[in-house]
Design a protein around this ligand. Structure first.
Ligand code: NAD
Ligand code: 6OD
Length: 484
């Protein structure tokens, strides 16, 4: 059994208060997580401040980005250890994590090292009454100590998506991983030390949200900016905490993402992408689809093919290369998802497939397994059509016109992502333009170019990250005006 420690000022730190980390595959104990209290959070923030004012803050962009490229290479060299830790914490299949989570964990350091090296700033010449003129130029400076609060669904990917650009821009960080997925953030501490990242630049404090490390970090006045990924309700609490001291926030939050399937789509493409968007990572992807609108003339055929695909998914242990669906992250989350499965039926859903707990072998029976589930027969007011479930389930509903489906897709407080399936290029542009979301995929899903803006509208987020947009959050842009 492991001790999963905090990482503060380049050292692994144990505490007297610990909590269990169990794997959702079979509920066996992986290790004890050492919870950071106020003292450890204070120490982490102080270490981050000292590193900012010391070696990290004094490095050139070239020196810093060379180190970050080494970090990426070291993650890749220790790929199997990261894979093992991530799959044990989350239960996700290795086939998935080895293509998405771990490679992106490394890429997030390389890409943002390149972005910061290549991002220009503005320059303006101006005329003045004395005829001599003035020049203006902008320079980027780090915002300071950044608090990074992370969720459990793509732990390494989503943490490095923030830490990569924050460090590239010259900031220092204190990371609060999800209590459900503590391991890879700690492992990254070893990588930081091995690559010569100065102590205090990257710190990890473990614990929960309220009255624990999450709250201690976000209310700490030594933290200059907070970047958060997680539920909308938590984001609102963090925004309140950040108001004290008027500190900036970047919030990536929940979604209730629609897929819109027009009759003129390539149905093979639509089915393949919708199966992924509904069921990949056991439905625990913020960008995942939980509402599928299908044009009435192809509705029955689409539902039949989606059902066939869902029923072919192979639930199993992460190490089995045939597994393409793992358990949910925890028993607690399974209870939440199952309560929605029950609610759907109470509100009149037809269960096309799934709807309960699958039969697993005796050794996996204590795991957090649920069946991939498809409902029809619900209208837009049903609870499972309105609320984010974050499980492997979706409602499929027919529509009759483009105007109708756009209105229904937009009828939500969320605004993260949408997918549109059509071969009519005019329709693709027209519909994409009208959807009230931060991200639209046409004939695809979760196809990511890290140079592009990423984030949600409405209650799905505040701000954009990705490419130069990350620089907007992780740097202060300062204008220097020189009178000639
Ligand atoms: P969560 O909001 O419960 O927890 C996220 C993090 O916040 C955890 O580390 C938690 O300990 C911490 N936290 C909780 N309360 C806090 C508080 N009061 N102060 C400070 N920290 C606090 O989210 P989750 O259950 O880990 O993740 C699932 C949610 O995340 C879903 O809603 C999903 O849509 C969303 N998500 C969004 C994106 C995106 O990019 N928009 C990406 C992934 C997940
Ligand atoms: O790909 C990314 O950069 C990103 N932030 C993905 C978010 C997925 C949500 O679960």
């Amino acid at each position: 059994m492991k001790d999963i420690l905090n990482f503060i000022n380049g050292e692994f730190v144990a505490t007297s208060k610990q909590f269990e980390k169990r794997t959702p595959v079979d509920d066996s104990l992986i290790g004890m997580v050492h919870e950071a209290g106020q003292d450890e959070v204070n120490a982490a923030v102080a270490a981050a401040r000292a590193a900012l004012e010391g070696p990290w803050g004094k490095m050139t962009v070239q020196e810093r980005t060379e180190i970050l490229n080494k970090v990426a290479d070291e993650i890749t060299r220790r790929f199997d250890e990261f894979l093992e830790a991530e799959c044990a914490d989350t239960g996700k299949p290795k086939s998935l994590a080895s293509h998405i989570d771990i490679p992106r964990g490394a890429a997030n350091f390389k890409i943002f090292a390149d972005v910061i090296k290549n991002a220009p700033t503005e320059f303006f010449e101006m005329a003045t009454p004395d005829g001599k003129g003035a020049i203006n130029y902008a320079v980027r400076r780090p915002v300071g100590v950044v608090g990074v609060v992370c969720p459990w669904n793509l732990p390494l990917l989503l943490m490095t998506w923030k830490v990569g650009p924050a460090l590239a821009c010259g900031n220092t960080v204190v990371v609060k991983p999800s209590e459900e997925t503590p391991q890879t953030a700690t492992l990254l501490g070893e990588v930081m030390n091995a690559c010569g990242v100065p102590k205090g630049v990257y710190n990890v404090v473990h614990g929960f949200g309220p009255q624990s490390a999450g709250e201690f970090l976000t209310t700490h006045q030594g933290v200059n900016a907070i970047t958060f990924t997680g539920e909308t309700r938590t984001g609102a609490a963090i925004m309140k905490a950040a108001a004290e001291g008027a500190r900036p926030v970047s919030l990536e939050m929940g979604g209730k993402n629609p897929a819109i399937v027009f009759a003129d789509c390539d149905i093979d493409v639509a089915i393949e992408a919708t199966l992924r968007s509904c069921f990949a990572n056991c439905g625990q992807v913020c960008l995942g689809t939980e509402r599928v609108y299908v044009e009435r003339s192809i509705f029955d055929a689409f539902v039949a093919r989606l059902k066939e695909g869902a029923e072919k998914l192979k639930l199993g242990v992460p190490s089995d290369s045939n597994t393409n669906m793992g358990p949910l992250v925890s028993q607690e989350h399974r209870n939440k998802v199952l309560s929605y499965y029950k609610k759907a039926v109470e509100e009149g859903a037809t269960v096309v497939t799934g709807g309960g707990i699958p039969e697993m072998s005796a050794e996996l029976a204590q795991g957090a397994w649920v069946q991939p589930t498809i409902w029809t027969g619900l209208d837009d007011n049903a609870t499972v059509v309105r609320e984010e479930i974050f499980g492997p389930c979706t409602t499929v509903m027919p529509f009759d016109s483009e105007e109708e489906v756009v209105r229904r897709a937009n009828n939500t407080h969320y605004g993260l992502a949408a997918s549109v399936y059509t071969q009519n290029i005019n329709r693709a542009h027209r519909v994409a333009a009208q959807l009230e979301v931060g991200l639209v995929w046409v004939n695809s899903w979760f196809l990511r170019d890290l140079r592009t803006p990423f984030g949600g509208s409405k209650q799905s987020g505040i701000g954009r990250e990705g490419g130069v947009h990350s620089l907007e959050f992780y740097t202060e842009l300062k204008n220097v005006c020189i009178k000639l």
